[in-house]
Design a protein around this ligand. Structure first.
Ligand code: SF4
Length: 345
């Protein structure tokens, strides 16, 4: 399939084809998961220009959670809402080594074995491998042994090095991101693939990004989901360069093209439209352009707090209401996209 040609099609025709495929696969259902986000530290030495979250060590509001406090937070949210997943991500903090994650994952599994650990990203795996002088495989094996169930696609942004150098010069390159994903898939750790558009890239970069993910999926079949979101220009350095970020229409184009590109031998079963990153209305519309998953309830998310204030969605009931309002039947899922036990609220 020519991804460039797909992305260049008339938006409504593209959407209609993606809708037909989405309906064939999932009817009128839309899944979501009861999840929380544990941002264990905001100290980060990678300092990406697009990121509003990172702080330098010594900044007044810099923090790193002790393992005990992090576990308490997870258990408190679980007691209140009933969690199926904890998404664990944070900055690259040189004071945090692999033992921190091992201890954290083990403690969560000991107290709440029903919560799946969806944690870290290729960036953190690469950082840990250099810090601990281990291979990527060794890092992943140790994390899996400690309880990591799956890995998010953080740090994917746009898998084109020219773009990456401009928006996050200290971050791992596209090839490293893909190789670590391949390593994870080889160990049976499923992952997501992500994409952040709407900054300094163009449609040819979207095509290359999707092509690279499709190529790896053909080889490993380890991506469970593809998630795209637009770059948010507020509160970060890159914002000054990006006057008019691309938003909803681009999201719909990318979601629909992804649904159609990730088929056949490159099949990625789920196309997610996260309400937090894309805004609830765009997320609803994306369901008509090929998306089948609404993402998580995302209790406690800190990276995009500004966005959360604009879309105050607090519980699984709110997410279900959004899905119904859009004309779909909500189905709560687990970390592996299977129907989940009903939760608390
Ligand atoms: S996006 Fe991640 S790696 Fe980049 S500055 Fe933010 S926390 Fe650090």
């Amino acid at each position: 399939m020519d991804v460039g040609e797909l992305l260049g099609r008339d938006l409504w025709e593209l959407g209609m084809e993606a809708w037909r495929l989405r309906t064939k696969l999932y009817g009128r259902t839309a899944t979501y998961i009861s999840s929380m986000v544990l941002n264990y530290t905001n100290i980060c030495v990678v300092e990406c220009d697009f990121c509003p979250f990172w702080r330098a060590r010594g900044d007044g509001d810099a923090y790193a959670l002790a393992v005990g406090d992090a576990v308490k937070r997870v258990l408190a949210v679980d007691a209140e809402h009933g969690l199926s997943q904890v998404l664990i991500q944070g900055g690259i903090n040189p004071e945090i080594g692999i033992e921190y994650f091992e201890e954290l994952f083990r403690a969560i599994k000991a107290k709440a074995p029903h919560i799946a650990i969806h944690a870290l990203s290729p960036l953190e795996v690469d950082y840990l491998s250099r810090r601990e002088r281990m291979t990527w495989r060794e890092v992943l094996e140790r994390l899996r042994e400690a309880g990591m169930d799956s890995m998010p696609g953080g740090g994917g942004e746009i898998l084109v090095d020219r773009v990456r150098k401009e928006i996050s010069p200290k971050k791992i390159g596209a090839e490293v991101w893909l190789r670590i994903m391949e390593e994870a898939h080889g160990l049976g750790i499923p992952t997501s693939a992500t994409m952040m558009y709407g900054h300094v890239e163009g449609p040819e970069d979207w095509a290359e990004h999707i092509r690279k993910i499709a190529e790896l999926q053909r080889k490993t079949h380890g991506f469970l989901a593809f998630i795209a979101w637009n770059y948010e220009p507020e509160g970060n350095r890159l914002g000054a360069k990006v006057r008019y970020p691309r938003t909803s229409a681009t999201l719909l184009r990318i979601v629909a093209a992804a649904r159609l590109a990730f088929t056949g031998e490159s099949f990625i079963p789920h196309i997610q439209s996260s309400w937090l990153t894309n805004g609830p209305e765009s997320a609803e519309l994306a369901m008509y352009f090929g998306a089948d998953d609404f993402g998580g309830t995302l209790y406690e998310e800190k990276v995009l707090e500004g966005q959360r204030r604009r879309s105050p969605i607090a519980t699984r009931k709110d997410v279900e209401e959004l899905i119904r309002r859009a004309g779909f039947q909500p189905v709560e899922r687990d970390n592996w996209y299977r129907p989940a036990r009903p939760g608390r609220g």
